[in-house]
Design a protein around this ligand. Structure first.
Ligand code: C2O
Ligand code: CU
Length: 623
């Protein structure tokens, strides 16, 4: 069974265990002398509870084999509480239940309250997963154990005085869950260290160019009604068009982009996704600059040194801004090459999936024999699957970095992570080539040689291409200056003033997640663990990371330098990051809704500080 399935089974068992023990206590409490049926029911519930408890121990043991991150709070908190409760209850409740089943004898108040308390201990297991998580901080463990002890005493007092066990049971479960809120607050609350340091991010900028070619662009962010090719009208926020203008540069150019905000009241900024610009050009509101409000402008500059496929988007209220259309593509080329070069962002707006700029199938004529490069860009929050029919192709680059010795791919679909880019190359054959996206049956791209008539394009499902086994291998580093672990999960936390089922990093939500601190020149190793049931496309700003392993297995193919790596449920990735671009950088899940709900961490260089603030009296809300 996969790790995330085991995690789900464990949670289901936890709920079942709590319900069964409480159920046994409640049924036993309502026994009237001579009611053997009811006695039998109480015994069966308790028997089922014991079985479920044993099953849970097995599941946790198997999970522990997958990694301590997956079970820590279960091993140090949930299971001990449950086992202690079972051991305390067993000597009295066991014989009492047997007597109840035999002749309907009512169990003693102690036996009944012990059964109920075992149920609360089971419920504490739910709180342990949904509130405490990894790492199980001592304060959280102590508070949950204390709450449970208090409840046990109250229950015993009330049951002993012939109170209503059912009411007490329900109340107690509610108490455990409500009491979890302050525990969550205590579990949060890290320290912010980005205010210190002698170098300000504002000094980490590209000087205006005096020599060399300058590529100048002007973008204006505005609200716009866009008529899609299908005739459908969407209300978008754009950088002038949907997608924004396709920015291109040649290696060596100085790129200069002046951004104006016409009427986006939420504010805007420009982040160069995947392009490792100097920190002050990174465009993150509240970290590297203030949000650009209506009427204001900001000019970004960077040297186009790294040829490849990138994209840009607003990093102010980014989940909303990107979804509504504040994005575009950025391509840096080596030199004007021969052939056809198409950049294909895929974006969903109001339920319409745009492939390129169109929500319909688009046809392009390409002469047979022409070299073609297709640059796929996923600007959505979740992965997209693509199929390319009619030709075998090579995946020549991912996330703007070349793949070493790419071989021909056919009969596989490509799963491009949220924010990720795949560059495909092939020679145009003498038949139609069709690019289809699984989620977009009515859009797509058809390339036809002259004289070949156009036909439809349909997504053809097939096994998913695995980049970790593609191309020819290179060396992987084995020694590191620092090691960090990020455990991604969901817990109840306070985010932006609201208490919700948040997206956490090591049990905390932004801005309380302690930053990954690095010294310039360090090679750091980051282990990313996904304890959840959703995919987390992790995106460090300003750096590419080299994939070291996935679930303990190193890649067998080309070294993979990624800026967005998809950590699927239950997966463990290890990546190396070379600290060669000083600044205060965001690293976050590029399912931007997850980022907005807490899943953000900072990568902070020693000695660098940001004078900007998130929230408070500012407009800055990067996510
Ligand atoms: Cu594509 Cu922090 O972003
Ligand atoms: Cu996520």
């Amino acid at each position: 069974m996969k790790t995330h399935q085991l995690l789900a089974v464990d949670l289901a068992l936890t709920v079942l265990i709590a319900a069964l023990w409480v159920g046994a206590g409640v049924v036993a409490g309502g026994l009237v002398e001579g009611q053997r049926r009811r006695g039998m029911l109480a015994v069966s519930l308790a028997g089922a509870a014991v079985t479920a408890t044993a099953a849970r121990i097995v599941v946790v043991a198997v999970l522990a084999g997958r990694g301590w991150w997956f079970v820590q709070e279960k091993v140090v908190l949930a299971l001990p509480l449950l086992l202690v409760a079972v051991l305390v209850a067993a000597p009295t409740a066991g014989p009492a239940l047997v007597a109840a089943a035999r002749c309907g004898a009512q169990p003693s108040p102690f036996a009944r309250s012990a059964l109920l308390t075992t149920g609360y201990a089971g419920a504490a297991g739910i709180a342990s997963t949904l509130v405490v998580g990894y790492p199980a901080r001592a304060t959280a463990v102590a508070s949950i154990a204390t709450i449970l002890a208090v409840l046990a005493v109250i229950t015993w007092l009330v049951v002993g005085r012939r109170g209503r066990p059912a009411a007490v049971g329900a109340l107690a479960v509610v108490c455990v869950l409500v009491a979890a809120a302050p525990v969550a607050a205590a579990a949060s609350g890290g320290e912010e260290t980005q205010r210190h340091g002698s170098v300000s991010v504002t000094s980490l900028r590209t000087p205006a160019g005096s020599s060399g070619a300058v590529r100048r662009f002007e973008l204006t962010a505005r609200q716009q009604k866009v008529v899609l090719p299908s005739g459908r009208v969407v209300r978008a926020w754009t950088f002038g068009s949907l997608p924004g203008p396709a920015l291109t540069a040649t290696q060596g150019d100085l790129v200069e982009v002046m951004l104006r905000n016409a009427d986006i009241d939420a504010g805007v900024s420009l982040h160069w996704h995947g392009y490792d610009v100097p920190n002050g050009e990174d465009g993150v509101a509240g970290v590297t600059q203030d949000a650009i409000m209506p009427g204001q402008s900001f000019t970004y500059r960077f040297r186009a040194e790294d040829a490849g496929t990138y994209w840009y988007h607003s990093h102010q209220q980014s989940a909303d801004a990107v979804r509504r259309g504040l994005f575009g593509t950025l391509v840096v080329s080596r030199a004007a090459g021969a052939g056809v070069d198409l950049t294909v962002p895929v974006h969903t707006i109001d339920g319409a999936v745009l492939v390129g700029a169109s929500d319909r199938l688009e046809h392009t004529t390409v002469a047979a024999g022409t070299p073609v490069r297709l640059r796929l860009v996923n600007t959505d929050q979740t992965p997209h699957r693509f199929s390319l029919g009619g030709v075998a192709f090579r995946v020549v680059a991912m996330d703007g970095r070349d793949i070493s010795a790419p071989t021909e791919v056919s009969g596989e679909v490509l799963r491009v992570p949220a924010g990720g880019r795949y560059d495909l190359a092939f020679t145009m054959p003498n038949q139609q080539v069709g690019l289809a996206v699984e989620s977009a049956p009515s859009s797509g791209l058809a390339l036809q040689p002259q004289g070949v008539s156009a036909s439809g394009v349909a997504y053809a499902d097939a096994p998913v291409f695995d980049p970790l086994g593609y191309g020819s291998p290179g060396e992987l580093p084995t020694t590191f200056d620092r090691d960090y672990t990020l455990v991604l999960d969901r817990q109840m936390r306070f985010v932006n003033g609201g208490f919700r089922y948040a997206y956490t990093v090591n049990g905390r939500v932004f801005p309380e997640v302690p930053p990954l601190t690095v010294r310039a020149g360090d090679l750091i190793r980051i282990t990313v663990v996904n304890r959840g049931v959703e995919t987390h496309p992790m995106h460090p700003h300003g750096h590419h990371v080299l994939v070291l392993s996935r679930d303990g297995r190193p890649p067998t193919g080309s070294p993979l330098w990624l800026d967005t790596f998809d950590v699927q449920p239950g997966e463990v990735w290890q990546v190396a990051l070379r600290a060669d671009n000083p600044g205060v950088w965001m690293a976050h899940c590029h399912n931007l809704d997850h980022a907005a709900a807490g899943m953000v961490v900072h990568l902070t260089y020693e000695g660098v500080r940001s004078p900007f603030m998130v929230g408070g009296h500012t407009h800055n809300h990067p996510e």
